[in-house]
Design a protein. Structure first.
Length: 309
């Protein structure tokens, strides 16, 4: 529906002003903070996307995904029997089988997500992108994080962008598809809004801010714009199952809570579930567990007291 795209206007000063106010929000304390942090844990896509990934560190990541918080800490919070795990484990396509087999052996149903479609640059032929998606699904990935061709946005080729994402959606089959917009490379907030709309029109289950490899990743102005796009898409279509995933640069428990609060404000409580909200992070879980340790014990854990994620 190109009519939506042609009418897009983003009031950048107002968005930036709102984003600055968000940074000043007072965070919750005590048991409320612990509750928000445990909610954040269930929405994390626990990720390793390094060139030196091997079966051993993927296996370690999977066991951490199943046991994200130490059992004694969960017992102290009376949350040990709630089945708290992360939302998904995210790896490169070549490591999907390792993750799937490890999680199956551990007896848990955490989905494996895989980046694909020329991640992170998107600078590969469409045929190669589609083949990579199909392979990741064949290996057992239940979620696929694709990345768009930024040039299609920067040159205003909206129909071309729609077709690319539509074909990726078809290649995913039964797997959920998260579309990474790489917002730091789209040139303007208006382009972020337009790309968000196109991605949803083409069938994306999630829209995601960044690959984590750009110079600028998840920021509050970008998050506000993308969530407003989700809201408008719902108003226009009645379709309420498009999720949001900020990713890249989210490292502290305080930042995670702020993102949760922003989603609650912009989209509502019903979006605060792993089905509609994810946090893309590799080091965030460590800080969350450290903060929960402090809440329970009154002191910070030594490095060897918490298992590596």
């Amino acid at each position: 529906e190109l009519g939506w795209i042609s009418r897009v206007y983003v009031n950048r000063p107002a968005v930036v002003r709102h984003a600055e106010q968000i940074k000043k929000w007072k965070t919750v304390k005590g048991n409320w903070q612990a509750a928000w942090l445990l909610k954040a844990v269930t929405c994390i896509d626990l990720t390793t996307l390094s060139g030196d990934d091997a079966p051993s560190n993927v296996q370690r990541l999977c066991f951490k995904a199943k046991h994200p918080i130490r059992e004694d800490l969960l017992k102290a919070l009376d949350m040990h029997d709630k089945g708290i795990t992360v939302g998904a484990v995210c790896v490169y396509p070549a490591r999907v089988s390792d993750a799937v087999n490890t999680l199956k052996a551990a007896g848990c149903n955490i989905p494996v997500a895989s980046v694909a479609a020329g991640f992170p640059s998107g600078q590969t032929p469409l045929e190669t992108k589609l083949a990579e998606i199909r392979l990741a699904v064949e290996y057992g990935a239940r979620e696929i994080d694709i990345v768009i061709s930024r040039s299609l946005v920067l040159t205003g080729q909206w129909e071309g962008l729609y077709e690319e994402i539509r074909l990726c959606r078809a290649a995913c089959g039964e797997a959920h598809m998260k579309t990474i917009l790489a917002t730091g490379e789209l040139g303007s907030l208006a382009n972020v809004y337009k790309a968000s709309m196109i991605a949803m029109m083409a069938g994306s289950d999630f829209i995601k801010t960044s690959t984590g490899k750009e110079v600028e990743n998840a920021t509050f102005p970008v998050g506000i714009v993308m969530m407003r796009a989700i809201k408008e898409y719902y108003w226009q279509t009645g379709y309420k199952v498009v999720g949001f995933k900020p990713a890249g640069g989210i490292r502290t428990a305080e930042e995670a809570i702020t993102w949760l609060m922003l989603v609650k404000e912009e989209l509502g409580v019903e979006w605060l579930t792993p089905e509609l909200f994810r946090l893309g992070a590799s080091s965030l879980l460590g800080d969350i567990e450290q903060q929960i340790f402090y809440h329970v014990t009154g002191s910070y854990a030594l490095q060897h007291e918490l298992a590596m994620a």
